[in-house]
Design a protein around this ligand. Structure first.
Ligand code: BYC
Ligand code: FE
Ligand code: FE
Length: 483
């Protein structure tokens, strides 16, 4: 029997929002659909349009079992509109409307602020697919290839999620924004994506894993903040997206972990104890730990920039309006309006790093970023445990907030990963100690060879401990189409 949590497949667009009886929105989405498919074919995974990929598709929004797995050609994937169930009597959890019933329509006064946040969120989703476009060709295994494509189709679905909100609640300008989301392109000179990190390259698989660990985690935190929105359809949309996001970060954490593990195993087998004996380690066909650290430094700092400025009136306005909450807003024990509260924020003045208390309302971005850093530290600890288990004297540590920043108080500041202020000349001279150099990139690129045998893995990465959907080690996660 179909329940309220079930997804209906009676229209071209699977949904749990009764789309078949909302003709206006159904029509608008059906009109947008061909452009989306064109975008997928032209900007999504390069090649692989005919291959059968073992993907999960949502059949319910019940957290206990929402997915089914099956072989699908990616252009035939059923991208749908899925909202978490409405919570009876939900109230606005923060800001000046605290305690009022959550909005089911967009209040006129907040329309443009709300639209802007939805557009920014929507823009990142296709951007990430574009950034990962060429990775399928060098997948280190069919297992990894399938995970890449799973992440890609779900980021595509996240675009649908935002486009639904634009089409349903924002009329003509929403429709216009929905079309624009298919026109901007990651890395484009004329029409780039909106946020910095989404115009960077994802040139190799270690970058992909770092991206899904660090940048998808920004996605998690921003979605958590939007899940607290007083605009209930946005909240429900983001709550379901978060259940998908967990897998993206799993792919990142285990991908980096397996890379580290393989490096440590190879070092042990060759009797190499010095992690800085880079030439010898690279000769084993694995990625040395210092280079892995540089990749981590890069992706973590690019992701910190995604939280915006430490002190932001935009963020204060969004919180005060009840459009965006804090991480786990309803569990925080305070007035949820931040009338007198303060929050500690770093400043960089006269070449010195100082910490200052500012009104908490203006430090909403900073607080979310701090929650992010705590969340991101968990996996780093688990990566270090792998290194330790192999008896190698090396540890990863997230760099100082002032290192390599392009947004906020530390923009362009010459600060080391340890938080030391140095001269700009010294920073430039030492850059390649801390961030991937051209030579590092070339070396990693040299390891990026496709491995297509079921159960086989490229030499630089360890196999996963368990399969997807409990499948055995030699499962054929992608059935490659031979033209
Ligand atoms: N790049 O007051 P501020 C994801 C702009 S990831 C370029 O601090 P605000 C995903 C800013 O727009 C999550 N520009 O800004 C992950 C503002 O411009 P205006 C994506 C930037 O608004 C992996 C000005 O600088 N979702 O889902 O407080 C794979 C002043 O800054 C940047 C969201 O981000 C930047 N990094 O904070 C797939 C949620 N940072 O207004 C998907 C929605 C700032 O002066 N977005 N600027 O012209 C927001 O909540 C906020 O807009 C931001 C920025 C947190 C991004
Ligand atoms: Fe996403
Ligand atoms: Fe994601």
């Amino acid at each position: 029997m179909a329940g309220i949590m079930d997804v209906s497949y009676d229209t071209q667009i699977p949904n749990n929002i009764g789309l078949s009886s909302d003709r206006r929105v159904l029509k608008a989405l059906e009109k947008w659909h061909p452009g989306y498919i064109d975008w997928w074919k032209g900007s999504g995974p390069d090649g692989f349009l005919e291959d059968l990929v073992y993907l999960r598709t949502a059949v319910s929004v019940d957290p206990k079992g929402w997915a089914k797995f099956d072989y699908v050609k990616m252009p035939d994937y059923r991208w749908g509109i899925l909202l978490a169930p409405q919570v009876e009597g939900r109230i606005i959890p923060c800001g000046q409307h605290l305690g009022e019933p959550a909005w089911q329509e967009v209040p006129g006064e907040y329309r443009s602020l709300m639209r802007r946040l939805i557009v920014i969120q929507g823009d990142t989703e296709p951007a990430s697919v574009e950034q990962q476009r060429f990775l399928g060709k060098t997948a280190p295994s069919l297992y990894d290839m399938r995970n890449l494509f799973q992440v890609n189709v779900e980021e595509g679905r996240h675009l649908w999620a935002m486009v639904y909100l634009l089409q349903k609640y924002f009329g003509a300008d929403g429709r216009e924004e929905a079309n624009e989301l298919l026109k901007r392109q990651s890395g484009s000179e004329e029409k780039p994506r909106m946020l910095g990190a989404f115009n960077e390259e994802t040139p190799d698989w270690l970058s992909f894993f770092m991206f899904t660990y660090f940048t998808d985690r920004d996605g998690k935190m921003q979605l958590e903040a939007l899940a607290q929105s007083g605009f209930d359809p946005l909240s429900r949309t983001c709550r379901f997206m978060l259940t998908e996001e967990a897998h993206h970060m799993f792919v990142g954490e285990t991908g980096v972990g397996r890379t580290i593990q393989r490096t440590c195993e190879a070092m042990n087998a060759a009797g190499i104890t010095d992690p800085y004996d880079i030439d010898k380690i690279r000769a084993l066909g694995v990625i040395d730990l210092p280079t892995i650290r540089k990749k981590m430094n890069l992706h973590y700092t690019l992701s910190l920039d995604l939280f915006g400025r430490e002190v932001s009136t935009n963020a204060a306005n969004a919180f005060n309006a009840g459009i965006k909450g804090r991480y786990q807003e309803v569990k925080i024990d305070d007035d949820h309006q931040l009338q007198d509260a303060t929050y500690a924020v770093s400043e960089f003045t006269g070449g010195q790093i100082l910490v200052k208390d500012v009104p908490a309302l203006t430090a909403i971005n900073m607080r979310l970023r701090d929650d992010y850093s705590r969340d991101a530290a968990g996996g780093v600890k688990r990566w270090n445990a792998i290194i330790k288990k192999h008896g190698i004297d090396f540890a990863l540590e997230l760099p100082h907030e002032g290192f390599h920043r392009k947004i906020g108080v530390f923009e362009g500041a010459p600060i080391t990963p340890d938080g030391l202020v140095i001269t700009s000349d010294e920073w430039a001279a030492r850059r390649d100690e801390w961030l991937p150099s051209k030579a590092d990139g070339d070396f990693i690129q040299s390891l990026m060879v496709a491995v297509h045998g079921p159960g086989e893995y490229a030499g630089w990465i360890a196999p996963p401990r368990v399969g997807i959907d409990n499948k055995p080690g030699d499962y054929e996660y992608v059935k490659l189409y031979m033209a």
